[in-house]
Design a protein around this ligand. Structure first.
Ligand SMILES: [Zn+2]
Length: 483
């Protein structure tokens, strides 16, 4: 239930977006996370964004960050949309951006194991270790493609992946090749992990267990190892040393609370349901499993399989069980929206926003839905919701895109172009940002805050000399510096 500050996960997202050059949206709200990428670029790594999953990860990781002396709000966690065991990995980039693949999360048996991995990564982060020698932030971030919210589906135009929405590829693995950590660094990260976990009042047993599950990886040649263990070479000596020290800790016997365990199961259920084929999910979570996470997974699988009625029936039952869970109402809204029933999606999405008023993702979903209803009476409300979401997450490109569409429908060309400029700016697409910014300036009232904002966007988007001349003639700028 942490309201996001304006700059969380924003600045990293901006850099990610900036590193990219491609961005597109498709309609279906529950389409699998799916993206395409420019042919010339290295295959991007898909990042998932989902308020509930992010909240669960932070619930597990924040006590570790705090124990390590970090401000949890300044550490961003990104989920990489690769659910495979082979690709499982976790790493830190650009200071405090922590990446974890869906596959690694799925391989953890309980939150304590996941916290253990986070603690180990935090140990590398605090120690300033670099797994890759050329780990310049720009180079590596350039390989990412920000996948939009699982809800507000991001499928690049014309390329929704029918096979199940997966986009990791050979190129993605290539992007991650590196030398890996040294044995000394590994040992130091293990030691730090135990210290953090103990300080957080948690057991380091999970970390030992996680490594122990993959003990056999030691005998494999490097290239045969799972990604995570290429970067973090595992040895029996290391596991044994870690175990000895862990067992000495006062909190060694602490176990996960039932609530934490269930959150973890929900996290994994959602990842599998969104990233695996629906049939796979229905096999993994058969009808005989009547647990909350299993029903959640089946609801998502049915909706992805376009069995809307089944999905809604299941979701309604879940909502009856937990009426105050905002993410269930969100799911219902997304299922209906994805089935082309924007009007029906409105009420559940309103309910989701009511239950969790400060989640940008929910506000964008509601705004998007109101917009899709094509009812002029609802335009102002859509605009309000989108502005509210953007006030919380000012560099969310999809929020700006919807806002631009809303103003366009309203016939407000100046604001539509300003929002389009903001969207391009958030993505680091200088040419478009400058172009829309210049167009907005021509329409917006001169000297208004919006006109000034458009001017600012032009100025920070590598304006041409002609642009600058034009701005100077209008007296709107004092000799701006080209960046
Ligand atoms: Zn390591």
């Amino acid at each position: 239930m942490t309201p996001r500050s304006a700059d969380s996960p924003g600045s990293a997202r901006k850099r990610l977006g900036a590193a990219l050059g491609l961005f597109a949206l498709a309609g279906a709200a529950l389409a699998p996370v799916s993206v395409a990428f420019a042919q010339d670029d290295a295959a991007p790594i898909p990042l998932l964004s989902d308020t509930e999953m992010n909240e669960i990860l932070h619930a597990d990781a924040d006590p570790i960050y705090t124990a390590a002396g970090l401000n949890p709000k300044s550490v961003k966690i990104f989920i990489v949309g690769d659910p495979t065991r082979e690709g499982m990995n976790s790493w830190v980039e650009g200071g405090q951006n922590m990446f974890v693949t869906a596959g690694l999360i799925i391989q953890t048996k309980n939150p304590n194991q996941l916290s253990g991995v986070f603690a180990h990564e935090t140990g590398h982060m605090a120690g300033g270790h670099l797994a890759r020698q050329d780990q310049g932030e720009k180079q590596t971030l350039a390989t990412y493609l920000l996948t939009l919210g699982l809800g507000i589906a991001a499928a690049a135009a014309g390329a929704p992946d029918a096979a199940g929405g997966l986009l990791y590829s050979a190129g993605y693995f290539a992007a991650l090749t590196g030398a890996g950590f040294t044995r000394t660094q590994e040992s130091s990260a293990d030691q730090a992990a135990v210290t953090y976990l103990e300080k957080a009042g948690e057991s380091s047993r999970g970390l030992v267990e996680f490594f122990d599950n993959f003990r056999y990886e030691e005998v494999f040649a490097d290239a045969q190892r799972y990604r995570f263990f290429m970067d973090h070479p595992l040895t029996s000596d290391r596991i044994d040393a870690l175990q000895v020290r862990s067992e000495q800790q006062p909190h060694y016997n602490v176990v996960d609370s039932p609530e934490a365990l269930e959150r973890h199961q929900i996290l994994i259920a959602k990842l599998r349901a969104y990233l695996n084929l629906p049939q796979q999910t229905l096999n993994d979570y058969p009808d005989s499993d009547v647990s909350f996470p299993a029903k959640y997974a089946r609801a998502i699988a049915y909706s992805r399989d376009q069995e809307t009625d089944k999905a809604i029936t299941l979701t309604d039952a879940l909502i009856a069980e937990r009426p105050t869970d905002p993410y269930l109402s969100q799911l219902k809204g997304q299922i209906l929206f994805g089935a082309g029933r924007a009007k029906d999606a409105e009420a559940p999405l309103r309910q989701a926003v009511l239950l969790k008023p400060d989640a940008p993702e929910l506000l964008f979903l509601l705004g998007q839905t109101l917009l899709a209803e094509d009812n002029p009476a609802k335009l102002d409300e859509a605009i309000n919701d989108l502005h509210h979401g953007l006030s919380l997450e000012s560099d969310n490109p999809e929020g700006w895109l919807f806002l631009s569409q809303a103003y366009d429908k309203k016939g407000d060309g100046g604001m539509a172009r300003l929002a389009a400029a903001e969207k391009s700016f958030a993505l680091g697409q200088n040419d478009d940002a400058r172009r829309f910014g210049m167009q907005a300036r021509q329409i917006l009232p001169k000297g208004s805050p919006e006109w000034r904002r458009a001017t600012d966007i032009v100025l920070v988007s590598k304006p041409s000399n002609d642009d600058l001349k034009l701005l100077a003639q209008e007296g709107s700028t004092n000799a701006p510096q080209k960046r």
